[in-house]
Design a protein around this ligand. Structure first.
Ligand code: SF4
Length: 328
C-alpha cells in the first residue's frame, strides 16, 4: 500500500479544505480500504469524514420526507421503524447486502459511492478503462458473465454493485450534496453516470464535494414496495439481477409504478417501459409478464451474459407477483 497521511476533521468546511488534488474521503472504509490494499486507489492523503455530524434519521413533517444522514450505518437504517413500516423496499435492499458486520460499518453515502466489483478493475495487470482511461476493457473479450447488459458502452460494461441505490431510485430519493461551491441537491436518477466514453467518472460529484444525506418522500407508492435479489450465493454476494418494485393500485387499476433494476446495468436502472406496461390496467400475472419483457428493452448482452436478459424477465415478474401477494 502506498504511504498516506490521514486527518479526521469535525466540520464540513475543514473536510473540503483538507481534500487536496491527491486526496480522498473515507467513511466506513469497507470499499476504499480494499482498493488501497490492492493498489487500485493510491491517495496521498485520506480525509476521514466519520466525525462529521451526518448521522441523523428524521421525518420532516412539513414535507413528509425521511431525511437520512450520509454517515448512517446501513444496519441502523434498515432497523429504523419508519423504514421498516413505510419503506419496505429500502429495508429489504439493505438487509440483502453484505454481512451484518459490514452493514454495521458501511454508510449510506459510501454505499452510493462504492466502486464496481469487475475483477479486471482490481487487477493491475489487466487493461481497464475505468481504472486507467484509454487502456481498453479486458471484460469485453474476457470473463463478462456477471457484467451489465443495459447502459453499457464500448469502453465499459461494469455493473453498479449497490442494492441500496435501486431501492432509493424506486422511492424517488434526492441526494443532498455539499462542497466548496455550496450545497445542492440532485435526484438520485441523475447522480450516477453511465460509462459512455469516460467510465472513470461515475457520479456528478465534483472534487471536494461529498454526499451529506438523502431525502426519501414517504408516499403510498413507497409503502407498497419490495426488493428481490438473485445472486450466486444467498448471502454476502452481489446481485446478478435485482428488482426494486413499487405499485400504487386503486380500485383494481395500477395508477403508479416504479421498476428499477440492479446488477444488470452500469447504473441503477429505471425500467420506464416496464412501468408503462402496467399503468392503467389491472395488476396480475399477464401484466407482470409483460412488464418483465418490457424491462429488457435496450439490453445488449455479450457472449457470456445473455442469460441476464431472461433473468430480468423473471426477476421483475416475480418481484411484482410477490408484492401483490403481500396485499393479501
Ligand atoms: Fe474496466 Fe469496466 Fe472493462 Fe471492467 S468492464 S475491465 S471496469 S472498463
Amino acid at each position: 500500500m502506498r504511504p498516506f497521511t490521514y486527518t479526521r476533521p469535525a466540520e464540513l468546511a475543514a473536510a473540503w479544505a483538507e481534500l487536496g488534488p491527491d486526496a480522498m474521503y473515507i467513511a466506513g472504509g469497507t470499499n476504499l480500504v480494499d482498493l488501497m490494499k490492492s493498489g487500485v486507489a493510491t491517495p496521498a492523503h485520506v480525509v476521514d469524514i466519520g466525525r462529521l455530524p451526518l448521522t441523523g434519521i428524521e421525518v420532516d413533517p412539513s414535507t413528509d420526507t425521511l431525511r437520512i444522514g450520509a454517515l448512517v450505518p446501513n444496519s441502523d437504517l434498515a432497523a429504523h421503524p419508519v423504514v421498516r413500516e413505510r419503506l419496505p423496499v429500502l429495508a429489504e435492499a439493505l438487509l440483502s447486502g453484505a454481512s451484518p458486520q459490514l452493514r454495521n460499518l458501511a454508510t449510506l453515502g459510501g454505499n452510493l459511492m462504492q466502486r464496481t466489483r469487475c475483477g479486471y478493475f482490481r487487477d493491475l495487470a489487466m487493461p481497464c478503462n475505468k481504472r486507467r482511461p484509454g487502456t481498453g476493457c479486458a471484460a469485453t473479450d474476457g470473463d463478462h458473465h456477471r457484467h451489465a447488459v443495459l447502459g453499457t458502452s464500448e469502453h465499459c460494461l461494469a455493473t453498479h454493485p449497490s442494492d441500496l441505490a435501486p431501492a432509493l431510485l424506486a422511492l424517488d430519493a434526492v441526494v443532498r450534496i455539499d462542497g466548496p461551491a455550496g450545497p445542492r441537491t440532485e435526484p438520485i436518477e441523475a447522480f450516477h453516470l453511465p460509462p459512455g466514453a469516460t467510465p472513470e467518472r461515475e457520479t456528478t460529484l465534483a472534487h471536494g464535494e461529498l454526499i451529506t444525506g438523502v431525502d426519501v418522500p414517504l408516499t403510498a407508492l413507497g409503502a407498497h414496495s419490495h426488493y428481490l435479489k438473485v445472486s450466486e450465493r444467498a448471502s454476502f454476494a452481489f446481485a446478478l439481477c435485482s428488482a426494486a418494485v413499487a405499485l400504487d393500485v386503486h380500485e383494481g387499476t395500477v395508477r403508479a409504478a416504479r421498476i428499477v433494476l440492479g446488477g444488470v446495468a452500469t447504473t441503477p436502472w429505471r425500467a420506464y417501459a416496464a412501468e408503462a406496461a402496467l399503468l392503467g390496467g389491472p395488476p396480475g400475472t399477464a401484466a407482470f409478464a409483460r412488464a418483465g419483457e418490457a424491462a429488457t428493452e435496450g439490453a445488449r448482452p455479450l457472449r457470456d451474459n445473455v442469460y441476464k436478459v431472461e433473468l430480468i424477465r423473471r426477476v421483475v415478474a416475480r418481484a411484482l407477483t410477490t408484492l401483490e401477494g403481500d396485499r393479501g
